[in-house]
Ligand binder design. Structure first.
Ligand code: PMP
Length: 407
């Protein structure tokens, strides 16, 4: 028997592992399966799932703009003018005047020299970082960073970059890694601005001061921060008044921008380099005209109506304060995400199901999304939630939390 056969439990078919994957089937049979439920209507904050109206408390549509008639009309006009697909990558035939217009608006909004739009936020994180960090250069990142940054690290590592990961928000650990990487070596520190599962904000002031001390560059993934924190929802750098100290920000159009696509902003020479060297940009079709037009309309609204951001935070804060008072174990967030730690897989999916049956849709995070003991229900809010929606969410969390002995 060969060594490889022993390693894979005496199997030779690459698909055999799929027969062992029983978790989804088991939860489906019990009615606890929290994923892939199709929505028949998705305007929010009330959506229709399986023929029932439900309060959506798990969407990243933070400013509620997917339902805004100005955003919808902009998307429709763009389809009429440009058609349904770009049918090519940005590099070749897929750059529309709309992409350029949005890049200019993003530069203006974030006060950076240049911007570059990718097809998704995921591709932006993966593409920018793996293009920039090369052989013998250091990528130093938070262990809780989003999956697209983890994949970026794997790609960078395959190009012989050195990848180090510091314990979540642990600035002492970050400093040790920076020190160990050596004074002369080029380094990029990468962190989520707002961590996507917990809603916790990164320790940006400490990160930028360590970056200065050890001569490193800083890139922040602000997918969950833009439209949520900072002046006019400009994100984490703005929240701390550190716009100049953050070298690059990446973002997505799939959350506050009510669309699909991603972007990076930074120095012109760096953006030009990424533009001509990133396979994720060059070899993937560009985001559609309707997506870009919707993002432009959302950005214009964000600039004109900062009260949307204020209302969003107010809504999340109402639920957070009430759940805390009820005795739930919450993550330390002050963003649009209110995650409730349950700490047990079975209890998490049962809690999820009971909320689902009562008409509240939230996200269940169980393994492999989180470590055992860290299972949680992630709720997130929109500017357009009404007070009655928020009160209903709190009321049902209280009722089910008591039933299941969580509080
Ligand atoms: N970065 C972070 C921190 C995210 O949470 C997400 C989406 N969940 C992404 C990147 C990817 O964005 P997109 O969905 O636009 O691909």
């Amino acid at each position: 028997m060969g060594a490889e056969q022993l390693k894979h439990g005496n199997r030779t078919d690459i698909f055999s592992k799929c027969d062992d994957y029983k978790l989804a089937e088991e939860y489906k049979a019990k009615g606890y399966y929290p994923y892939f439920h199709p929505l028949d209507e998705n305007e929010g904050p009330v959506v229709s799932i399986e023929g029932r109206d439900m309060i959506m408390a798990g969407s990243n549509n933070y400013l509620g703009l997917t339902a805004d008639s100005r955003v919808k009309e902009a998307a429709i006009r763009a389809v009429k003018k440009f058609g349904t697909s770009c049918s090519g990558s940005r590099y070749l035939t897929g750059t529309l005047s709309l992409h350029v217009e949005l890049e200019e608006k993003l530069c203006d909004f974030f006060q950076k020299e240049a911007a570059l739009i990718f097809s998704t936020g995921y591709l932006t994180g993966q593409g920018v970082i793996s293009t920039l960090v090369q052989r013998n250069e250091y990528l130093i990142m938070d262990r809780d960073n989003h999956a697209c940054l983890v994949v970026a690290a794997a790609v960078a590592r395959s190009g012989l970059a050195k990848v180090e990961r510091f314990r979540h928000n642990d600035m002492n650990h970050l400093e040790i890694l920076l020190k160990n990487s050596g004074e002369e070596s080029p380094k990029l520190i990468v962190s989520d601005g707002v961590f996507s599962v917990s809603g916790v904000i990164c320790k940006l002031p400490e990160i930028v001061s360590l970056a200065k001390k050890y001569n490193a560059r800083v890139l922040i993934d602000d997918a969950h921060a833009i439209g949520v924190i900072g002046k006019y929802g400009k994100g984490t750098a703005s929240e701390f008044g550190l716009e100049k100290e953050v070298d690059m920000t990446i973002g997505t159009f799939s959350k506050s921008f009510a669309s699909l696509g991603g972007f990076v902003v930074g120095e012109k020479r760096v953006i030009e380099y990424v533009k001509h060297n990133s396979p994720a940009l060059i070899f993937s079709a560009s985001p559609t005209a309707s997506s870009i037009a919707a993002a432009i309309a959302s950005l214009d609204i964000m600039k004109k109506e900062p009260e949307l951001v204020t209302q969003l935070i107010k809504n999340a804060e109402f639920v957070r304060t009430n759940l805390k008072q009820l005795g739930f174990n919450l993550m330390d967030s002050r963003t649009a995400i209110v995650s409730v730690l349950i700490g047990d897989q079975e209890k998490t999916v049962i809690f999820w199901r009971k909320l689902f049956d009562a008409g509240i849709y939230v996200n269940a995070f169980i393994r492999p999304g989180v470590m055992p003991g860290q299972e949680m229900l992630r709720t997130s809010y929109m500017s357009t939630h009404k007070q009655e929606h928020l009160e209903k969410i709190v009321e049902l969390f209280a009722k089910i939390g008591k039933e299941l002995g969580v509080i």
